[in-house]
Design a protein around this ligand. Structure first.
Ligand code: SF4
Length: 1020
């Protein structure tokens, strides 16, 4: 048994009724030790586990309360320090300019707290203790502000309580006949030490182990401890002097293993627990690295093993915690729709029941609405989506189910718009100086988490309450204005500092602890996981606030960089030695030799090497020999079927052993795997199969020549470019989901910019048409520039620019392009007159006032094929009597090789189809003899170099042949992948296609069924 526990046992036996006080750093540790005594069969009474703070409170609190001083919330420290730091002047500041660094507040608070518990006040800090007078001045100002906050707000921190307690020795609950001791090897702060040394009663010096070859750390010296020599069979007590250990029976020496990943390591521990056939409450898993406790917790939940975790779980990993963080990031990212959509899709957020919309549906509506970012974007974009769905629902050519679907979409979009609008309004807007009220934003975040965070487990409920309380603690900071980013940092810091479900060992439960408190439970099976080099002990780096030299000058008791490592090492070695002091305890030490998340190899800690030296009896064993001892790393695949933790592991084990012969049975059990393998095989074959997009049944439905189908030239071009994508989008209705990430360097993406330019070109030419004149630089320049500026200002409401610089830069570029366009129009040849602009037909013309526009689709006949076409012609120019040309603006770059040929294998059809459509529109409204003689793709912008690609009007029979070949491809269900890399470059459906798709598609073109594709591609 560990010497201190044995000592307490002796004490209880010697003084069964005497009051025995045991000082521990935390109550949970005291209760753990108490339970352990009971489990060891030691009866105890009047044994009181207390913390020094608890005694200090009992001594000092009555006097503080009498003076109207309330205890300050300890967890609020970083937020309070941040708030005080922000009040200091930024100019010439030392820490103030770094206030935006995420860990700055925590670092400052940790130092202030340490100084306070060392009894150091602002007035004690001499300027020559600091390396820089600037730093001294600012730090003293900060500490003074903290002290004055406590004073003026009537608050007392831990140090206040201790200092008050020290003045009231007569209020101490310990009495002279009592005895007391402290948990050994704990670094108590100076104020705690002062209290302890002032206590009445008999002081019992705590007992611990001598660690051969290890000196006790500086800050433990001078505090009485009775260190006894370990027995030579206490293996882990000799970690740094392995020759001192005597051999033990094989069954008793620590077992060592390594695993291929953290997950495999934890699974191996679980398998060993099952193999040992011991109750869970005989097992403790000690996490040498903090990353392991959530992993063990998740595994235990997965296998339904009851578990308690000494260090608890951070609330940030629960649903309410994730919701809080995501909500603050959404606000900080300017209410970007992509982030909101991801929140909905995560399942962490629920809309209130009144909205009647499932979160997944809300996410899809946001995508359809094309909301961008900003306070108004969701309301405006969803409002537009609702209006357009309502308009579409009024069309009389719709089947009833589609009409109902559109109405439903409109209702949901409106409800979602209202919900988001209310949410956005609940977040306070920064004032003219860019500041918000911290309490107002805290209240908004708090109510969002309380009302909208999902709760799928008891832990989520606990986290939601704890987070709400943590945010409410901010009220103690009082009314305070700061930048929105700073306010959100306050809130995130609160969320990240909340730990929940921290618990002591419980009957029937697995227990998870950390290295510095390992083994106190006295459990017989201890697994120490995560012993990876570089992760177990903190590095010996200086404190970012007070350097070692400054700390030495201020107060010798303050933690220095070397203390940090020495104390952690000593504490870990002391705990390991205490564990093996009991010969019945089985210890297993392990690490993971790979970090799959960082794709890197990892190495064992020196603790493992020393353990191996002890185990092997070879005091000079090397890391190389240790690795040989380890052999193959364990994986999640168990060694035997009987060790499998669940069915999937059982199958993995079976498949690893049986190899190919397990295939049949495996595919019977997991038929979807079989379907996937069959699909891959078929795709790899030279045949054109259903897995390559051969879907004749869909062809019949998507046939553009089918009765009632109205199609646009863009859709037809898309079908020719990649039939597979056409099938995904138009056949299956699969929309690729954008990443949702905002490009913070761009305001007007190419699509948006192009659309604005199209509208502005049309506005200019309509103005000239109304005035019956041609465009002129002098007469139109100013108007066009102000129109462009106005349109951009309106846009900025719905989609705010990322910054003023970006807004100015992109405004100038857009206005320059408008000026270029105007210059070109001013010198238009005499015989050319623009007559129609953005001329819509079919559904594209709804609400269109252009004289040539019509709401009916245009019917194109050719070679027995009739297509109903909807679309919008950018511009129609009259170039002679009954002679017209159509123009299609391109607002991007001009790259000549992409503009070779006429039809580009069906990928360029607008000129031909719009040419035919324009004839019909012109003859109906304008000139019964109208003919279209040519089409032009015009690149009027700076980027496009004012290039024009001119295509003479093609014979109707030629156009009809191309369209007929394209229709044949669609109607036959030949939805093959594109074999053109350019088509795939910006495609967002690529995940459905896999790697090397173009080569695979090309190799299938020999399949006779794909003859129509080959024929279509031949139309140059
Ligand atoms: S990635 Fe290429 S093949 Fe796949 S859908 Fe997109 S364009 Fe077609």
């Amino acid at each position: 048994m560990a010497p201190f526990v044995a000592q307490l046992g002796d004490l209880c036996r010697t003084y069964p009724t005497r009051s025995k006080w045991v000082f521990v750093p935390a109550h949970a540790l005291g209760r753990t030790i108490g339970d352990r005594l009971v489990l060891a069969g030691i009866d105890w009474a009047n044994l009181r586990f207390v913390t020094p703070f608890e005694i200090a409170l009992r001594m000092g609190a009555p006097f503080l309360v009498e003076r109207g001083v309330d205890p300050s919330e300890e967890g609020l420290g970083p937020a309070l320090v941040m708030r005080l730091l922000l009040d200091l002047p930024e100019r010439d500041g030392y820490f103030r300019p770094l206030a935006s660094q995420p860990s700055m507040a925590a670092a400052l608070w940790s130092t202030i707290r340490e100084l306070r518990m060392a009894g150091v006040r602002a007035s004690d800090l001499a300027v020559d203790s600091f390396e820089s007078p600037h730093k001294h001045a600012e730090f003293v100002a900060l500490l003074t502000a903290y002290e004055s906050f406590l004073m003026t707000k009537g608050r007392g921190d831990r140090a206040t309580v201790f200092q008050e307690a020290l003045q009231h020795a007569d209020w101490c609950p310990l009495q002279p006949p009592d005895c007391w001791t402290t948990m050994p090897e704990i670094v108590w702060s100076p104020l705690e030490r002062l209290l302890l040394t002032a206590l009445p009663g008999e002081r019992i010096v705590p007992r611990s182990l001598v660690l051969p070859g290890v000196a006790s750390p500086r800050r433990l010296q001078g505090f009485p401890t009775d260190r006894i020599a370990p027995t030579s069979s206490n293996t882990l007590a000799f970690l740094t002097q392995s020759e001192g250990a005597s051999p033990r029976p094989t069954a008793e020496v620590p077992s060592l293993f390594h695993a291929g990943s953290n997950e495999a390591e934890v699974e191996e521990v679980f398998r060993r627990i099952l193999a040992a056939n011991v109750p869970l409450d005989r097992v403790e898993i000690v996490c040498a690295s903090p990353a392991y406790s959530p992993l063990v917790w998740e595994k235990a939940l997965r296998y339904d093993w009851p578990v308690t975790i000494a260090q608890g779980v951070t609330a940030a990993v629960t649903r309410p915690g994730r919701t809080l963080l995501a909500f603050t990031e959404w606000i900080e990212d300017g209410f970007a729709a992509g982030r909101l959509r991801r929140m909905f899709e995560s399942g962490d957020v629920r809309l209130d029941d009144a909205s009647g919309i499932a979160p997944g549906r809300a996410g899809r509506l946001l995508v359809q609405a094309e909301a961008a970012w900003g306070r108004d974007t969701h309301r405006l974009a969803l409002g537009r989506l609702a209006a357009s769905a309502r308009r579409a629902a009024e069309r009389d050519d719709l089947p009833p189910d589609k009409r109902e679907g559109l109405k439903q979409r409109a209702t949901e979009a409106e409800a979602l718009a209202a919900w988001i609008d209310a949410l956005v309004k609940s977040v306070p807007e920064p004032d003219a100086a860019g500041r918000v009220d911290l309490q107002a934003i805290a209240s908004s975040v708090r109510s969002f988490v309380s009302e909208n965070a999902s709760r799928a487990s008891a832990l989520d409920h606990v986290a939601a309450t704890a987070l709400g309380d943590a945010i409410a603690d901010l009220e103690a900071l009082g009314s305070f204005r700061c930048s929105s980013g700073e306010a959100l940092r306050f809130l995130r810091e609160r969320a990240e500092s909340v730990t929940i479900a921290s618990d002591r060992p419980r009957p029937g439960h697995l227990f998870v602890s950390a290295l510095n408190v390992a083994g106190l439970s006295g459990r017989t099976h201890v697994f120490v996981v995560g012993l990876e080099e570089g992760r177990v002990f903190p590095l010996s780096i200086e404190d970012p606030v007070l350097l070692d030299a400054e700390r030495t000058r201020v107060d010798d008791s303050l933690l220095r960089s070397q203390d940090r490592t020495e104390e952690a090492v000593y504490s870990a070695l002391e705990r390991l030695a205490a564990i093996t002091a009991d010969p019945d305890t089985r210890v297993t030490l392990s690490y993971s030799c790979r970090d799959p998340r960082e794709y890197r190899q990892t190495f064992p800690s020196w603790v493992l090497l020393q353990a191996y030296r002890v185990v092997s009896g070879n005091a000079k064993a090397t890391f190389h020999e240790l690795q040989r001892h380890f052999g193959e790393p364990v994986s999640i695949v168990p060694d035997t079927s009987a060790d499998a933790l669940d069915e999937s592991r059982w199958w993995l084990r079976g498949v690893t052993r049986a190899g190919e012969s397990a295939r049949e049975a495996l595919l019977v059990r997991y038929p979807r795997l079989g379907a996937g393998i069959a699909a891959c095989k078929r795709r790899e074959s030279p045949d054109f199969t259903e897995y390559d997009g051969h879907v004749p049944a869909a062809g019949a439905v998507l046939d553009p020549g089918r009765e009632g189908v109205v199609i646009s030239p863009t859709q037809l071009e898309e079908a020719a470019e990649c039939p597979f994508r056409y099938f995904l989008k138009r056949g299956l209705g699969v929309d690729a989901i954008e990443s949702g990430e905002r490009d913070r360097d761009v305001w007007l993406n190419p699509l948006l910019r192009g659309s604005l330019l199209h509208d502005l070109y049309a506005s200019l030419l309509r103005r000239c048409r109304t005035a019956g004149r041609r465009a002129g630089v002098e007469i139109d320049r100013e108007w066009l520039a102000s129109e462009g500026t106005r349109v951009l200002a309106e846009l900025a409401v719905e989609i705010p620019p990322p910054s003023a610089e970006i807004r100015d830069r992109e405004t100038i570029l857009l206005l320059d392009d408008l000026a270029l366009f105007l210059e070109a129009e001013a010198v238009l040849p005499e015989g050319r007159t623009p007559i129609g602009f953005e001329v819509g037909f079919g559904r594209a013309a709804e609400g269109d006032s252009e004289p040539l526009a019509q709401t009916k689709p245009v019917e194109i006949d050719g070679g027995g094929l009739t297509l109903k076409i909807a679309g919008r012609i950018d511009r129609i120019d009259q170039v002679g009597p009954s002679r017209f040309e159509i123009i299609d603006y391109k607002t991007g770059e001009y790259y000549a090789p992409n503009w070779q040929g006429t039809f580009a294998g069906g990928k360029r059809l607008q000129h031909a189809i719009y040419g035919l459509a324009a004839v019909e529109l012109l003859r109906r409204e304008f000139d019964p003899k109208a003919t279209v003689v040519a089409a032009e793709y015009y690149f009027p912008s700076e980027k496009g170099g004012r290039e024009r690609k001119r295509i003479a009007t093609q014979p109707v029979a030629t156009v009809a042949e191309v369209l007929s070949d394209l229709r044949q491809v669609i109607a036959s269900g030949l939805f093959i992948h594109s074999h053109d890399e350019d088509a795939c470059k910006w495609c967002q459906h690529g995940l459905a296609c896999g790697r090397g798709v173009q080569v695979r598609a090309e190799s299938k073109l020999a399949d006779a069924r794909l003859a129509p594709i080959v024929k279509l591609g031949a139309h140059e």
